[in-house]
Write a new protein. Structure first.
Length: 362
């Protein structure tokens, strides 16, 4: 199995900590390691680091990848010259790996910023998916996670017919997709017992996903084939950037997986998972360290409850009488908001993009 860690996002919901030049996946948020390092640690026992690991990342962050993942082969760092979402990124990674190895390869394409409580169970799930695909290569598999609370920020997938049961893992045909439902509908989905969090992870045989790009996104596929040919030629960075910039920005779901019938969900009840993409998610996941507050830095939370306060050791942050708030203080920006609205930090990023003098805060 080859594994791609997708590290191309900016993480706008975690502004002001996550920035374009130092996004969340390169920072220590869930442990004392960067999220991308945590991701590698989870899957390292399954692969040969030099040959089987690939990282897809913004071209400007190549050096960060090499610094944090020193064992990776430089040629296995797939550079995204512009931000085009997961559709073009996955198309490019698929063509590049198939060109270098074979379309028969099974690939797991994984986000770089997940929080997973049981790495061994996660590895077993990937191996179960790989085994299923060896016998059923026409399928796409996505891990599904049993929801423990209604989160309107996630998409949901519905379990259909059972395709395989093996030990603690089961594989179901995906019967339905629901994109980020409202609160009431979200509660209905969870109450049914048949809907699972969609994780954004995928496992597939390259021949299958490339055929689907050929069917549904032929122009994208053609452009990525041209890019791989230029990569092999060498010295064509400007032309590569020009072609990639011309691709339509879209998610892999919009490009491919929403259109596919043979898509399955692999489930394990042992895996605790969360997408570390919102401040309130991090607050709810990580253990409190000052009363019921989660703090980092020199923080004095007086008469303050259930808050998340991040700062630095050389600056005191003192609070009085606060409840359910998020405070994130960096060298050049400060975010203060109610915890339940912290995912709206992305709106600040959109506003900063409109202000010419504020681009440095992105």
């Amino acid at each position: 199995m080859k594994i791609v860690i997708r590290a191309g996002g900016v993480g706008t919901r975690l502004w002001p900590l996550s920035r374009k030049d130092n996004p969340k996946q390169f920072q220590a948020i869930a442990s004392n390691k960067a999220l991308i390092q945590d991701t590698l640690d989870r899957i390292a026992p399954l692969i040969n680091l030099k040959d089987d690991l690939f990282v897809s990342v913004d071209a400007s962050l190549k050096e960060k990848v090499m610094e944090l993942l020193p064992g990776i082969s430089e040629k296995n760092i797939i550079l995204e010259s512009s931000s085009k979402n997961t559709g073009p990124a996955i198309c490019l990674e698929s063509i590049l790996i198939a060109d270098r190895f074979s379309e028969e390869e099974i690939v797991a394409s994984l986000p770089s910023d997940d929080y997973i409580t049981d790495p061994e169970a996660f590895r077993n799930l990937l191996l179960t998916a790989e085994g299923f695909l060896k016998d059923n290569p026409e399928y796409i598999i996505t891990p599904g996670i049993k929801p423990n609370y209604p989160d309107t920020g996630y998409s949901y997938i519905k379990s259909g017919d059972v395709l395989q049961e093996k030990g603690e893992e089961a594989i179901f045909r995906v019967a339905d997709w629901v994109e980020k439902p409202d609160s009431d509908y979200c509660k209905e989905l969870i109450a049914s017992g048949r809907y699972f969090y969609h994780t954004g992870m995928y496992i597939w045989q390259l021949k299958t996903i490339i055929a689907l790009f050929k069917k549904y996104q032929p122009e994208m596929l053609k452009s990525c084939e041209e890019i791989v040919a230029l990569i092999n030629k060498g010295g064509e960075e400007e032309k590569i950037a020009e072609i990639y910039a011309g691709l339509e920005k879209m998610s892999i779901e919009t490009a491919i997986t929403d259109k596919v019938e043979k898509i399955a969900m692999c489930v394990s009840n042992r895996i605790g998972w969360s997408d570390l993409g919102k401040w309130h998610t991090i607050k709810d996941l990580l253990p409190a360290n000052q009363g019921d507050n989660l703090t980092k830095g020199n923080v004095i939370p007086f008469d303050t409850t259930d808050c998340m306060i991040y700062g630095k050791e050389d600056k005191v942050i003192a609070t009085i009488g606060l409840d359910d708030m998020v405070i994130i203080d960096t060298d050049d920006a400060l975010l203060v908001c109610p915890k339940e609205r912290s995912d709206e930090a992305k709106k600040i990023v959109e506003e900063l993009k409109k202000r010419k003098d504020n681009k440095k805060y992105l």
